[in-house]
Design a protein around this ligand. Structure first.
Ligand code: HEM
Length: 200
């Protein structure tokens, strides 16, 4: 399995798989399958995929350690950039469909609605992480500082769940939020477990 994951065609295949959600959304747009409010459906769907990729990115290390498949580490940065890609699509859909790309309106909305403020904080924290997901950037930043910087993804996880929770508070519908919060708590707990001092 490790050899399969290291195969030269494996990464392009995973790249193509990461584009499937976008292809499916575009297909639904063209076929008019997004219901009465396709714009809202697109904002939500891209938000959902940003969160799902966040879970996938944070699951790579525990999966690698549990399975012994070291080659999984090859995919973490690419999956991280796709997470940012879907979060950007989410922000652009909101900016276009909800705000008509009116910068003043977007700023007012960020100030007015806490869940939007929290979403924008998450996106702002993700930006330097995505920008430094390339070899040249890692060399420029230095491996240790890069590792420390990328721990910001844990804060993004908290902000994304708060964003989702607050967004659903108006609808009193927390089932999905609870599932994502539970999975992310497990994945972060896995990392905290490693910080515990080992008994001598
Ligand atoms: C500037 C940044 C962001 C803005 C302006 C924004 C805006 C929004 C809006 C307006 C909605 C509600 C859509 C509706 O039902 O009307 C929403 C939902 C959501 N957003 Fe964001 N968001 C941002 C960042 C993020 C980020 C970074 C993530 C994930 C990592 C995220 C994940 C979600 C999720 C999961 C939902 C719920 C979708 C559902 O109901 O199924 N958002 N966001």
């Amino acid at each position: 399995m490790n050899r399969l994951l290291s195969h030269r065609w494996a990464k392009p295949l995973v790249f193509a798989l990461c584009l499937l959600p976008l292809s499916w959304l575009l297909y639904q747009v063209v076929q008019d399958l997004l219901g009465a409010n396709p714009q809202e459906a697109l904002i939500r769907a891209t938000g959902d995929w940003a969160l799902r990729f966040l879970v996938i990115v944070l699951a790579v290390t525990p999966l690698r350690e549990l399975s012994g498949l070291s080659a999984l580490a090859r995919y973490r940065r690419m999956l991280g950039v796709f997470m940012y890609f879907y979060a950007l699509l989410h922000f652009l859909s909101y900016s276009g469909f909800d705000m008509g790309f009116d910068v003043a309106d977007i700023f007012n909305d960020i100030v007015k609605r806490p869940f939007i403020l929290v979403g924008s904080l998450a996106l702002q924290l993700l930006t330097p992480l995505a920008a430094t997901s390339f070899n040249a950037a890692i060399r420029a930043v230095g491996a240790q500082r890069w590792q420390r910087m990328h721990r910001l993804v844990y804060a993004v996880a908290g902000l994304a769940i708060l964003h989702f929770f607050w967004m659903r508070a108006g609808k009193n519908d927390f089932a999905e939020v609870a599932v994502y919060a539970g999975i992310l708590a497990l994945l972060l707990g896995w990392r905290l477990r490693k910080l515990r001092p080992r008994p001598r």
